[in-house]
Design a protein around this ligand. Sequence first.
Ligand code: ZN
Length: 490
Amino acid sequence: MQKDLFVYNTLSRTKEKFEPLAAPFVGLYVCGPTVYGDAHLGHARPAITFDLLFRWLKHLEYKVRYVRNITDVGHLENDADEGEDKIAKKARLDQLEPMEVVQYFSDRYHENMESLNVLKPSIEPRASGHIIEQQLMIEKIDQAGFAYTVDGSVYFDVEKYNRDHAYGKLSGRNIEDLQSNTRELEGQDEKRNPFDFALWKKARPEHIMRWPSKWSDGFPGWHLECSAMSTKYLGEQFDIHGGGMDLLFPHHESEIAQSTAANGTESVKYWMHNNMITINGQKMGKSLGNFITLEEFFTGSHKTLEKAYSPMTVRFFILQAHYRSTVDFSNEALQASEKGFQRLMNGVQALEKIKAGEVSTIDVKAFEDKCYAAMNDDLNSPILISHLFDMVRQINSMADGKEQINQTDLDQLKKLFHTFVFDVLGLRDEAKQDSGNEKTAELIELLLRLRIEAKANKDWSTCDKIRDSLKELGILVKDTKDGCEWEILS
Ligand code: ZN
């Protein structure tokens, strides 16, 4: 196995050889969703990008501890620490307890991720479950002299931090630019500088999500939660921190400052960021009317969509671009992905039917090397996919008898195809899944035919047993005058 993985580190702006820190595991932290609405295409990209990384690291036989948080408190409507908490606002509008909103949208998010075949992280902590850790971190930052308190709110002193450390080094900004570019917003007079950020905010009387603290009844700042949770589960220093490029500033920049201030060292060795998705060349946004949820993609129920696109079409579409490139969604592009994905699945099926010959005209070793090289080159999934397509063409030639393969090479090729298509790219054959459903239906019908026979024989106990057992499995059987009907209870 070729383990020389190179990753692009946003911090150094170069591709670096991945050398894990000395720990029993590779620590990977990715900023998860703020759960106040349905997941959209923009959520799919980081989830799939870091799923690819997680799968690849595991394939390279690293033990990985993957932490992806759920933001359920502290993410305010704007990055300047003003406005309502996004979850509290949704709860107020829908007359719900905020944690009902969190549970509902977390469940929906998990369903979407399952559809996209995104593996579950090792740990999925919630910010509201780590208030004490966040408070302790604020104390450490305060003791180190990088925080100040005004009327029950605690702020990070960016200017002071910048005297000894380079605030802005991740995003390539400097404090002078920030000084001139930050607008003075109303209600910001508590801050010494507009670019300072909140570590703890005193809650206004109407604010429902609040916890007691030595400073005030309030809530933690959004940036702080990731610093506190990554430190708790991965240690003061860990290998990889990922997220979307939209989080570079101020979120990740502030995370660096907080960890450095609290622990005296920088916490992250490799920063990795996925690029954004545009829709027909435009940024996604609720106000632009092009905000398409994953559910809408899967059902085709958004006016922009010409049809429904299956989860694997969406996944394949995202993997066809390198994670650091922008991706532009259009119906045309997705339909091309749908066809490409089908071609790949047909290739997998065709490979199963190939019969080995005496000799090989196919260079399986070269194919293997190219696939590893692509993935080890900063997860270059589009190049990997192009190698797979080249091999599909050769598989078709083998099927036509124009090329030959011996048994050893055939076994190896099948193994490689399975590894790269299903385990690494995380694709799954949806046609097989559908036929799985068909098989289930056939089995139910078979049981019901046996039940009708039992009924004819007046074997009531077998009859009831079949009905009751199916009911336990969530399948409701109803007797009708012509026989029976069944439905799967949702
Ligand atoms: Zn974060």
